[in-house]
Design a protein around this ligand. Structure first.
Ligand code: GDP
Length: 297
């Protein structure tokens, strides 16, 4: 019931957008994610250690922030959606200007449309000799993605992840889209979040990257996540820094879990450990029932 409880309008504050990069293999998703990571003004100060935790956040010159899901490929997006976790606010569709629309580009367009998430098209590899951005725009028309240059309302931008050109423009377009979406969350409540990825770390035990949806997750918080529970022992950001709390749209590694949760699992902070165990047991029960009934006789 807590999941659908609404926060009062006056408790809501602006939050950063959460962006997923999609596109065909080799069109430059990873390169673009790396290039965008480089726009972070805080990273240098932090010592520059890049931790791949499934998502990262950049702080821009004007102090605004953007969160990027660092899990290229459509699997994470579709898996999370299938589990009811719609964490992405904006999709950046990467299309290589020399290769054009390919099967996974079209798949990405379909996923994005089905999710009802606004799209920005990044026409990448613009530095290459064979680059033909106009052809990309024309082919997009066939899939009812009408970019601004073709008098549509889908923003597009020519970039080179390799030469790092067009990045500022891409960021501006993400910010513009985010403004239109008017993204808000209440930071002053018990945290709720979504698992971006979970793993068993040799030294640290079960670790989950959580994207906080609303509220603020703090050290010592007791929580339920999927069929697991725990108490926040440590929070680590995407720069490897130990932090004390994480607010809306902030991705953070959480230590102190009873086991490894699945991508897309919801996390809720609860009042005490008894309640956490109760909810986790209930969820485990539900999961077992489902498994039993779905086994063919
Ligand atoms: P992904 O599979 O979509 O993640 O693609 P990658 O980021 O791994 O890029 C695939 C290849 O394209 C790599 O060899 C990159 O160096 C290259 N690449 C990516 N972006 C650019 C670009 O803007 N220009 C050029 N010339 N090559 C690029």
């Amino acid at each position: 019931a807590a999941d659908i409880e609404m926060d009062a309008e006056d408790t809501l504050k602006a939050r950063p957008p959460v962006v997923t990069i999609m596109g065909h293999v080799d069109h430059g998703k990873t390169s673009l994610l790396d290039a965008l990571r480089g726009t972070d003004v805080v990273r240098g100060e932090a010592g520059g250690i890049t931790q791949h935790i499934g998502a990262y956040q950049v702080t821009l010159k004007d102090k605004s922030k953007i969160t990027f899901l660092d899990t290229p490929g459509h699997e994470a997006f579709t898996q999370m959606r299938a589990r009811g976790a719609d964490v992405t606010d904006i999709v950046v569709l990467v299309v290589a200007a020399d290769d054009g629309l390919m099967p996974q580009t079209i798949e990405a367009i379909n996923h994005t449309k089905a999710a009802g998430v606004p799209m920005i098209v990044a026409i990448n590899k613009i530095d290459k000799d064979g680059a033909n951005p106009q052809k990309v725009r024309e082919r997009l028309l066939e899939h009812e993605v009408i970019v601004e240059e073709m008098s549509g309302d889908v923003q597009d931008v020519e970039v080179s992840a390799l030469k790092k050109t067009g990045l500022d423009e891409l960021i501006e377009k993400i910010q513009l889209q985010a403004e239109l979406l008017d993204l808000k969350a209440n930071p002053d409540r018990a945290a709720e979040g979504t698992v971006i990825e979970g793993k068993l770390d040799k030294g640290r035990g079960p670790v989950a990257t959580i994207l906080v949806n609303r509220g603020t997750l703090k050290i010592g918080d007791i929580f339920v996540v999927g069929a697991e529970s725990g108490k926040v022992r440590a929070l680590v950001d995407d720069k490897g820094r130990q932090i004390k709390e994480a607010g809306p749209a902030m991705p953070v590694e959480v230590l102190g879990l009873s086991g490894v949760p699945l991508a897309g699992d919801p996390l809720s902070v609860v009042e005490n450990e008894a309640r956490a165990r109760e909810v986790a047991e209930y969820r485990k029960g539900v999961k077992t029932d489902k498994r039993t009934t779905s086994v063919p006789a």
